[in-house]
Design a protein around this ligand. Structure first.
Ligand SMILES: Cc1ncc(COP(=O)(O)O)c(C=O)c1O
Length: 383
């Protein structure tokens, strides 16, 4: 069994989540539940591979090898059931910057780009800062669970959306979209000529029993780009390595030329090493992490139902980010987060994702840390 209970010593290492607590929030002692990375250690197999690479004592220019591409392909085949040609794999330094590249490459200023809100906050800024027109397709909430408004989506696509950005699994509402939902999105994009860019960075992180359905399966390889990475799954975001999957050769060539003309480079050598090791040896670690996260989610649900039953806990199907409805506290999310920080827990306010009645809680941490955070929430919200 792997160890997720021992906290990683992150304070003082430059970890954004830990080291800007004082400067950004005014409480350097508060426990951090904000930035989406994990507070236990990466898999020992990944750490060993990096140590082995370091012992070779050379860190020159490095390109993805055949064995790297094979590891990515095999991970996708065994974990997600998709057959990927190695040529489809387009390594990059991160998903956010790659989405920005893709939007700028495949659309023109003023073009409409559709996102489904509330959503991971950089989605708004990537679209706006590129001078494209942001189109919002609000997710609908039925009880605590979210679903897509396909009628609204079709109206938007019909009115000329050029590119749709799907977040799958969805940060922050925790949905793992079903096969039916992904196929419908894909068919609508194809029908109205929109490029579908599916950000699947969280695709390995699912509640046991839930299956992620990649847009790669959805049968429209002509217009789909899937973006994924080992960064969330194996806690290697700082190593800057992600992978685009682009079945359409003409689109791949266009993106490669676009990046080349702007001197945009690929991942660093240790990122490639970590990714290959994670995808080759990390299956059991990934499964055990999913079980651990499901137990953490249960700790949150139980605590809130016993002590703070007026807070709504959105069901967590995927990601390690819990979306809590705090509207019954009578406070907006920014005010509540300030009070939580003072009480010792830093969460993300829902306002930044597009819904001020919510806060986002990152549960990828040792259970003891999570329990301490819940106590801080109870201190602020308890009646
Ligand atoms: C949906 C989603 N996309 C992208 C990212 C960030 O990816 P990267 O660090 O590779 O830019 C995150 C991080 O939280 C995320 O949740």
């Amino acid at each position: 069994m792997y160890d997720f209970d021992t906290p990683a010593p992150r304070a003082g290492t430059g970890a954004i989540k830990w080291d800007i607590r004082e400067s950004a929030f005014g409480n350097g002692d508060a426990l951090p539940f904000w930035v989406a990375d994990s507070d236990y250690m990466s898999p020992p197999e990944v750490v060993s591979a990096i140590k082995e690479a370091a012992e070779k004592c050379v860190f020159g220019y490095t390109a993805p090898t055949d064995s790297y591409k094979n590891a990515v392909r095999e991970w996708i085949r065994t974990r997600h059931g998709c057959r990927v040609d190695p040529d489809w794999i387009v390594p990059s330094i991160g998903i956010v910057s790659e989405i920005s590249n893709i939007i700028r490459c495949f659309t023109s200023p003023g073009d409409k780009v559709l996102i489904q809100t509330p959503v991971y906050d950089p989605f708004y800024n990537i679209v706006k800062s590129s001078g494209r027109t942001l189109v919002e397709n609000r997710l609908v909430r039925d009880g605590l669970r979210y679903s897509m408004d396909f009628e609204d989506m079709e109206r938007d696509l019909k009115a000329g959306v050029k590119l749709m950005l799907l977040c799958s699994p969805h940060n922050p509402v925790g949905r793992v979209w079903t096969e039916e939902e992904v196929r419908r999105v894909s068919q609508l994009c194809l029908k109205y000529g929109a490029t579908l860019v599916s950000d699947e960075i969280h695709w390995d992180i699912v509640t046991p029993g839930v299956t992620h359905f990649s847009a790669l399966h959805a049968g429209t390889p002509g217009n789909v780009i899937v973006l994924t990475a080992p960064s969330k799954t194996f806690n290697v975001a700082g190593l800057k390595c992600s992978n685009g999957l682009i079945p359409n050769g003409a689109m791949r060539r266009r993106l490669a030329a676009w990046k080349e003309s702007r001197f945009i480079e690929g991942p660093n050598s240790l990122g490639l090493t970590a990714c290959e090791a994670a995808y080759t040896h990390g299956a059991r670690w990934c499964d055990e992490q999913n079980v651990y996260l499901a137990k953490n989610a249960e700790i949150v649900r139980k605590f809130i139902s016993e002590k703070l039953p007026f807070i709504g806990v959105t069901p967590l199907e995927g990601t390690y980010l819990m979306w809590l409805d705090i509207s019954a506290t009578g406070l907006d999310s920014r005010e509540l987060c300030q009070r939580l920080t003072r009480a010792g827990a830093i969460l993300n306010d829902g306002w930044r994702y597009g819904d001020d009645g919510f806060v986002r809680l990152n549960i990828a941490c040792p259970a003891a840390q999570l329990r301490a955070g819940l106590d801080a929430i109870a201190e602020v919200c308890g009646r």
